[in-house]
Structure formats: structure tokens, C-alpha cells
Design a protein around this ligand. Sequence first.
Ligand code: C5P
Length: 231
Amino acid sequence: MTADDRLIVALDVPNVIVGEQVVDQLGDAVSFYKIGLGMLTGGGLALANELKARGKRVFLDMKFFDIGATVEKAVAGIAQFDLDFLTVHGDPHVVRAAVAGRGDSDLKILAVTILTSLDRSDLDDCLIRSGEIQDLVIERARRAFLAGADGVIASPQEAALIRELPEARGRLIVTPGVRPAGAALGDQKRVATPASAIRDGADHIVVGRPVWAAENPRQAALDILAELGTV
Ligand code: C5P
């Protein structure tokens, strides 16, 4: 089968050994994987390179945030590897530094707008200015695009509004917080189903626990692809 790279499976497992097991179980059903901070000390970068050698696409979810000079160096380091997507926080100075660090490599810089696990009371706790979360996400997306981001990470509930931004033309929208109907929400608060996220303008959906924690991960992935009309 030809896998549909609109589905990105988040490999939020502790280490390379478990990660390889999940990738083997999913086989040709999944072609795009996200490796995040949880696996950094468990060999995440080695697994990223191994997946590329196996012909998969890789999204490194590092969510960098620091002074510009440090972000630029960190991204230049990552850009030496042949990976596909890298996340940084969507603050304009961070995005500009990441774009400079990526240089002429093919690495796409994706900006995090507001984590999909946060709601308004969480933002209040962080002293983030008042206003509807949706409006803040859209304005952060717009500013990230203006700073040069190749795409943004946003909740599926905001994808349609971001897609309407003139600044979003030709840019990527990647949505975590995706749950097939009936799946456990975990800590995600602003969720939608795979099909509705794509319908609302997402180019890729990121799904973690509903796939890797399923009794049969391959079947869980195939069910999502069926919902997207791929299989
Ligand atoms: O298991 P689940 O499907 O909730 O995993 C979602 C993945 O997307 C996690 O790896 C999480 O870190 C990531 N993510 C997110 N919200 C963002 C950015 C990334 O949930 N805004």
C-alpha cells in the first residue's frame, strides 16, 4: 500500500526500542513520524535518522524557545540531518532565528501557536493577555508566517480560520489534538476528528496515543486512513 503522509504518528514512547516496535507494527500503513522531547534522552535523534534511512518522513518536535542566537545555532545543528519538519515556538524572534539557522536545507520550520492542551484558564495562569484563545492563536499564526515560518501547529478547531489568512497561502497547517470519534481525549482539550481537521484546511494531522497505545496500532492507523478516504 502507499501510505498517506497526511497522517503523522507521534511516537511519544520512552525510547528507540519501543519506537522501533511501533514502527514495525505499523509497517507500510504509516510513512510520517513525529519524534518529540519525551524521546530525546531515549535515542530520539538516532531513531529519526534510522527512520529516514528506512524511507520515512520525520517531524522533529523540539519546540525550541531561546534567544535568537541560540535558536539559530540549534536549528543549524538539526539542519545537518536530512529531516523534514522542526518545531519552534511561534514568537517572531524565534521563528526568524530558526529560518536563518535552517539556511538552504529542506527542513521546514513549523511554529507552535498555543499548545492544544491549554485552555483559557491555563493561559491566565501563564499571564498571557486576555482574549479568546482562538483570536490569540490566529494572530500568533499570522505573525509567525510574517516572520518566515513554513507552517504552523494549531488545534484543528483553529485550522479553518488560519487557512483564511492571506499570510497562510502556500504555508502548512499541522494539527495535533486529533481524536477519532470515541477515542480517549487524554490531556487534549481542543480536539476534532481526523476528517474534520483535514476538511478545515490541515495539511497534516498528528495522532499519538490513539495509534501507539491502541491494542492494534496498525488497525488504529488504518481506521484513521479509512476516515480520510485513503484505504
Ligand atoms: O497522544 P496525542 O495524539 O495527544 O499526541 C499529540 C502530540 O502532538 C504530542 O506529541 C504533543 O506533544 C504534540 N503537540 C500537541 N500540541 C501542540 C504541539 C504538539 O499536542 N500544540
